[in-house]
Design a protein around this ligand. Sequence first.
Ligand code: NAD
Length: 264
Amino acid sequence: SSQLMAGKRGLIMGLANDKSIAWGIAKACADAGAELAFSYQGEALKKRVGPLAEQLGSDIVLPCDVSDEASIDGLFAELEAKWGKLDFVVHAIGFSDKNELRGRYVDTSRSNFQMTMDISVFSFTAVAKRAEKLMGEGGSLLTLTYYGAEQVMPHYNVMGVAKAALEASVKYLAEDLGKDGIRVNAISAGPIKTLAASGIGDFRYIMKWNEYNSPLRRNVTIGDVGNSALYLLSDLSSGVTGENLHVDAGYHVVGMKAVDAPDI
Ligand code: NAD
């Protein structure tokens, strides 16, 4: 697949470090010949993202806080000036107050509900609207979601509600942008130990549960997610839009604890 992404230019949003899902996706795209730009949130992350981008031959590293409309406009204005066109965008961004990623969903505060929805859901739509203008030749938009949108998972709480809204957004965006040849999809990734995941209560237990009970009897890696992202971002998936691809070692098809799963 060395030339799969040759000639394609893509924006990667949500890289924090080399554990990030965005990193697994960026590496897969770069290996397949894509040219990449990166956005980061906050000056502290610039020091991390800059060297990672450089490893993949990219020197386009731009600030963007998705809770700020002007900041998103600034990012896309820079991209337009540098590239003029865009072929794909990866949205690997989510945020909620970690104090509410434990305990009961019913106790979610109004302010954190609104912030979680704004950063984790609306931002994808806000980005899609700007990306559309640079995708005259069509394109592919990808976001990241989790099974906690579909079924109740311990501690996922308001983030599960947000991911359900994000998955619905994927479908509405797919319809709106499909007429322009822009495809919109999600990957529902199994649990992976990242910075964002470390905020979720009992995350080690959740990882073990998935390892013992998923059909593949293991957890997925950012490499697994990167490979599937390559499919959705490239022309291999030219007939696919509005899809939610589960990259979760098959966990989403399981209805009962495995007979061979040890007690944890
Ligand atoms: P991560 O911490 O590496 O990445 C989260 C990113 O979101 C960070 O780069 C952070 O800077 C960015 N972000 C947060 N608020 C932002 C804002 N206001 N503006 C711009 N960027 C902002 O963690 P990750 O696990 O790689 O998360 C990527 C995506 O994958 C998230 O949507 C997450 O919900 C999703 N996901 C993660 C898992 C998992 O188990 N790790 C499973 C399924 C889905």
